[in-house]
Design a binder for this molecule. Structure first.
Ligand code: SAM
Ligand code: SF4
Length: 454
């Protein structure tokens, strides 16, 4: 029997009260369980045994490059700025060693999709990018021209030559973080982005023929106004990106922004208004919403179809702090934000003996309840919604009985039933972070609360 609602026994109207009383900006659940719920396993897990029991014919390969030119004031991603050249070289060698071990661990396998993220993968030089892609083709057997892949870049690490190189490598989706087109706003967050240079790069990307060009912006930056936000949006759409990711600013412990607490009170609420403005602005310009953060241009060619289904299929993480997912076990290396701690974990990774890559020692075992919650969270927060028959096929039960709080979403007009799909309404989508947070299990929620940022 499932634990049907999170955080212990609750009254039916708890969820309504929770929705009414809390800020809609809680936390971003881009994966579940959150990495702050990971811990050292009591015993190391043998990866060959773990993966033998998994479907391995449509895996996702994620590679983490934990380096940036500059560390942005808001960023709590696992990355360090200005790495020593020698460290980057050693990191690439170690990626290759890890990939070789993983190839043995997996036996037979096929990657349906891949992503290179960070940090900022475009910090790598062209010869270093060659080394990285050699791992893909020679060790992991990924045909870069056939398998769809995504690659993250930042303006301060990109130039025309790298754009051409990445397009030539068959990258399907190029994603660039801009955050704000207003130079003063970008500078306030530690980013140097002169307008003329940024424009030239974005023109270069738009013309390079990537099937999907994504651009990230942030709203809720101190000093940002409705006018300056609209100005950023106007500039963004002038480059006709296929996708726009709009992130509400979250101020995280141990980031530079967190130390400037004075800024918080003023921008906390403007995010609601800026979100609403963006939805109207983009809808009027032919963008449809795929989630609270992702807007897609309707006229864009559909992304190459992929066999990968995020709720069910496995993910192989390559590199430090890259997560790997099987059905029951999620694992990675440790996570940190403070520079000295990130640097120490990166160093441990490059010093790791080869054999250690065949074992997992840090992560989380998902209970049956958490597998269902993961499915729910990963489907309901997207425009496509929760497909009830598919949920039943996977778990053998009805999502509505497992999660009675779904009824509350329907009653409050935050979701609607469309045929076989339960979908958030526009108002529900605006509350995605709050809704997602509610469905975290008591066990995972407890671990997240216990986690001490480091
Ligand atoms: C890996 S980064 C993107 C690539 C590249 N490193 C860059 O910044 O240009 C992913 C995105 O997450 C968003 N992001 C990171 N931390 C955030 C925070 N604390 N609040 C809001 N958005 C954040 C930013 O928009 C960022 O572009
Ligand atoms: S936002 Fe991007 S460039 Fe800035 S520190 Fe984070 S990963 Fe690096």
């Amino acid at each position: 029997m499932l634990n049907s609602s999170c955080r212990g026994v609750r009254m039916a109207n708890d969820f309504s009260r929770y929705l009414a009383e809390n800020s809609r900006f809680q936390s971003y659940l881009y994966s579940y369980p959150h990495k702050t719920a990971y811990r050292h396993f009591a015993e190391k897990i043998d990866l060959a045994t773990l993966w033998q029991a998994e479907r391995r014919n449509a895996l996702f390969l994620y590679t983490h490059i934990p380096f940036c030119e500059l560390k942005c004031a808001y960023c709590n991603l696992f990355t360090i700025s200005k790495p020593q050249a020698e460290l980057v070289e050693r990191y690439l060698v170690q990626l290759s060693n890890e990939a070789e071990v993983l190839r043995e661990v997996l036996g037979t396998f096929h990657f349906a999709n891949y992503a290179v993220g960070g940090g900022t993968p475009s910090i790598l030089s062209l010869p270093q990018l060659d080394s990285l892609f050699d791992i893909y083709t020679n060790v992991m057997g990924v045909d870069l021209q056939a398998v769809p892949g995504s690659f993250e870049v930042s303006p301060d690490t990109l130039d025309a030559e790298k754009i051409r190189y990445l397009a030539g490598r068959g990258i399907q989706r190029l994603s660039i973080g801009i955050q704000s087109f207003i130079e003063a706003e970008a500078r306030a967050m530690g980013r140097v982005q002169p307008q003329a240079e940024t424009d030239a790069l974005l023109d270069g990307i738009a013309n390079a023929g990537f099937p999907v060009f994504n651009l990230d912006l942030i709203y809720g930056i101190a000093g940002q106004t409705e006018e300056s936000w609209l100005a950023s949006l106007r500039r963004a759409v002038s480059f006709a990106p296929d996708e726009l990711f709009l992130y509400p600013l979250y101020v995280r412990p141990l980031t530079a922004l967190h130390r400037k607490t004075v800024a918080l009170a003023t921008h906390a609420d403007i995010r609601r208004r800026l979100y609403a403005l963006a939805c109207d602005f983009l809808q009027a310009r032919g963008y449809v919403q795929d989630s609270m953060r992702l807007f897609r241009r309707v006229a864009s060619a559909p992304a190459r179809s992929t066999e990968y289904s995020c709720q069910e299929d496995g993910m192989i993480g390559l590199g430090v702090n890259a997560r790997s997912y099987t059905r029951d076990v999620h694992y990675s290396t440790e996570y940190a934000v403070a520079k000295a701690n990130v640097a120490a974990i990166v160093q441990q990774y490059v010093d790791k003996p080869r054999a250690a890559f065949a074992q997992a020692d840090y992560g989380i075992r998902l209970s049956e309840d958490d597998r269902r919650r993961r499915y729910l969270i990963k489907s309901i927060l997207k425009a496509q919604g929760l497909e009830r028959t598919h949920y039943r096929e996977v778990f053998g039960t009805d999502a509505g009985s497992d999660f009675p709080d779904l009824d509350t979403l329907l009653q409050l007009g935050l979701a609607q039933q469309e045929g076989n799909f339960l979908r958030l309404t526009a108002e529900g989508m605006a509350h995605s972070d709050l809704i997602g947070h509610w469905f975290i299990s008591p066990e995972v929620g407890h671990k997240m609360q216990e986690y001490v940022p480091r």
